[in-house]
Write a protein that binds this ligand. Structure first.
Ligand code: GDP
Length: 607
């Protein structure tokens, strides 16, 4: 580019806070700040950022230019400002809580470790306590159902586990009032128990523990209670405030007791909602049914949803053609806390999306169309954005500078308990008056999609010590813009976090994974030694590249790829989808199922 150097000029800048849309171009940004597109391009070029006037800018670039001019800006997503207008048009109520309104049933989510009995428990509750068991209905899994106990209804989300729960929260939907944490009395607190606990805590939702499988000979309730106490859930019987109910889903024992306790908590929470007026709520799940078209299960949070209502859910809309309850029966209306399937929408809405009944069909259609437009815009922007990477750790210094007490949210995953403790302890020592660390979740094991989702919802940075993210987790992290930092040396980790706190985090290199291969078998070749027969699952494996061997996401060896073969031929590289043989120079203990990951250090431009 042959542009004259950028010379700061004194032309006036706009007064007050300027609202800037994320991923805008130099052409958009310049005029908003009384400058030209060329000013933006020239300035950024001097900062080492090569962009054209019509290219999307990253947040950093926008902020840098605004700071240069001394303009205060507020960054919004494309459509965010317009969304405010749309919500006005729809006349949406922000605060769903209403002290004057009648009591509504609590919405309960069941979480816990795999095989601890969530599904069976949900089935038992449903079968023993269905609201209406009139003949004719066929039990349907629509994502939630209502049960009744002593004349009071309770709503259960019937996708067990915390994935759905977190996915909802990721969209800003707070759809759970109480969490039931299922812990098997013979197995105790396990990794997913802790994970579920972290999720529930992050959402600030009351927790009741269902101590399941109490019928088992090897059930050891006292041991489990002490494990729970170690994790901050001190049982009532020990003087704490965590309700623990002993149940056996198998023998159908204690289920009523659990429901009674849920009702007690619900009463304390004093959950209320107005059954009158235009309905609002949240989409639990949605799919395309060949015969019926888009079907959405929604949870009514306010008002009463009726057949014929003009409904908008995200970018989908339509007149409600039919409402079907969890017993498979068509109903005319659904009040607060009631889950119901809605037929008649134009499109499949996303889970976690809010829905609202519009004043009329015309407004419903208009709002949905506008949202569809802005979302497509935002998606284009987000793709451009993901390239510029996340910066949660980097944000911390900006926060400190503003004089705010900054909190750095962290999720720590490590290979073994010892290192997890060591990492946590060392990090804790870094805390200062103005910078607090919050451990959103700490656990042993690889970095999973769940961790990414939790990080995305709680605005956390993930620290991996001797562990690596699964491929899917890595992909999700890119989409969600979650920062993952992996370390193998503690002091390096501490150094980095410390520099981030001092605003000096400027890593010059970043590790980029270039390929993954899965080990299928190990064989010996005369004169060459042991070879791992692999299938390349992602990217490209190149001879000479840096490599690490992973077992269950934990790093077991690091080195270089010395030999790479395909059909007995030496090759330079092997692409994803192909088989290859990788020579194991120093490391002999590789096993079937291990993963070979190649990576390179790429320079990141300084900002
Ligand atoms: P989930 O993975 O948490 O949903 O667990 P499931 O509900 O699928 O239960 C896992 C296994 O534990 C199944 O074989 C159940 O029959 C069994 N199970 C569940 N609850 C109990 C219980 O209270 N006692 C006994 N002995 N087994 C149970």
């Amino acid at each position: 580019m042959d542009l004259p150097a950028y010379t700061p000029d004194d032309a006036a800048v706009p007064d007050g806070v300027v609202v800037v849309e994320r991923s805008c171009t130099g052409q958009d940004l310049g005029p908003m700040l009384n400058r030209t597109a060329a000013d933006v391009v020239r300035f950024l070029m001097e900062q080492g950022e090569m962009v054209t006037a019509t290219q999307s800018l990253s947040d950093d670039m926008i902020e840098l230019f605004a700071a240069e001019l001394g303009v205060e800006i507020r960054m919004v997503d494309p459509g965010e400002e317009q969304e405010v207008e749309l919500l006005k048009l729809l006349d949406v109520v922000d605060d769903l809580e209403d002290d004057e309104a009648p009591i509504r049933p609590p919405i309960v989510t069941v979480m816990g470790h795999v095989d601890h009995g969530k599904t069976l428990l949900l089935d038992r509750i449903r079968n023993a306590n269905v609201v209406d068991d009139e003949a004719g209905g066929i039990t349907q899994h629509i994502g939630a159902y209502q049960a009744e106990r002593n004349g009071r209804s309770l709503t259960f989300i019937d996708t067990p586990g915390h994935e759905a729960f977190t996915a909802m929260r990721a969209r800003g939907a707070e759809s759970t009032d109480i969490v039931v944490l299922v812990v098997a009395a013979d197995d105790g607190v396990m990794p997913q128990t802790i994970e579920a606990l972290s999720h529930a805590r992050a959402a600030d939702v009351p927790i009741i523990v269902a101590l399941n499988k109490i019928d088992r000979d090897n059930a050891d309730p006292q041991k489990v209670l002490s494990q729970l106490a170690e994790h901050g859930l001190v049982p009532e019987s020990w003087g704490g405030d965590t309700i623990v109910v002993e149940v056996s889903a198998l023998q159908n024992l204690g289920v009523d007791d659990l429901l009674d306790n849920l009702n007690v908590v619900a009463e304390i929470e004093d959950l209320r909602a107005d059954p009158d007026g235009r309905s609002q709520g949240v989409v639990l799940e949605s799919f395309l049914d060949v015969g019926r078209g888009p079907v959405a299960t929604v949870l009514v949070q306010r008002g009463t949803l009726k057949v014929g209502d003009p409904l908008v859910a995200g970018a989908a809309w339509g007149r409600v053609r039919a409402l079907v309850n969890a017993d498979g029966k068509q109903i005319k209306s659904a009040g607060p806390s009631m889950p119901v399937q809605v037929l008649g929408l134009s499109d499949v809405a996303d889970a976690g999306e809010g829905f609202v009944v519009a004043p009329n069909e015309k407004i419903a259609g208009r709002v949905a169309d506008k949202r569809g437009h802005w979302r497509r815009q935002a998606n284009i922007g987000r793709d451009a954005h993901a390239l510029s990477g996340g910066a949660r750790l980097e944000d911390i210094f900006t926060q400190i500078q503003k004089g705010e007490t900054a909190t750095l949210n962290l999720i720590v995953k490590a290979d073994v308990n010892g290192s997890l403790e060591a990492v946590t302890e060392s990090l804790r020592k870094l805390e200062r008056e103005d910078v607090k660390l919050a451990f959103v979740h700490r656990a042993v094991g690889r970095i999973t999609e769940n961790d990414i989702q939790l990080a995305a919802t709680s605005n956390a940075t993930i620290i991996g010590f001797n562990v690596r993210p699964e491929r899917k987790a890595r992909e999700l992290a890119d989409v969600e813009n979650v920062e993952i930092r992996s370390y193998e040396i503690i002091y390096k980790l501490i150094e980095d976090i410390e520099s981030a706190m001092l605003g000096m985090l400027a890593p010059e290199f970043e590790e980029v994974v270039t390929g993954d291969a899965e080990v299928r078998e190990i064989f010996s070749v005369p004169r060459i030694g042991r070879i791992a027969g692999c299938h390349v699952t992602n990217g490209t494996i190149t001879r000479g590249s840096k490599v690490r061997f992973l077992r269950d996401g934990t790093i077991i060896w690091k080195g270089e790829i010395s030999s790479l073969r395909r059909f007995k031929e030496d090759v330079r590289e092997v692409q994803s989808g192909f088989e290859c043989g990788i020579g194991l120079s120093d490391y002999q203990d590789l096993k079937e199922g291990d993963v070979i990951e190649t990576f390179e250090d790429r320079e990141i431009p300084r900002t």
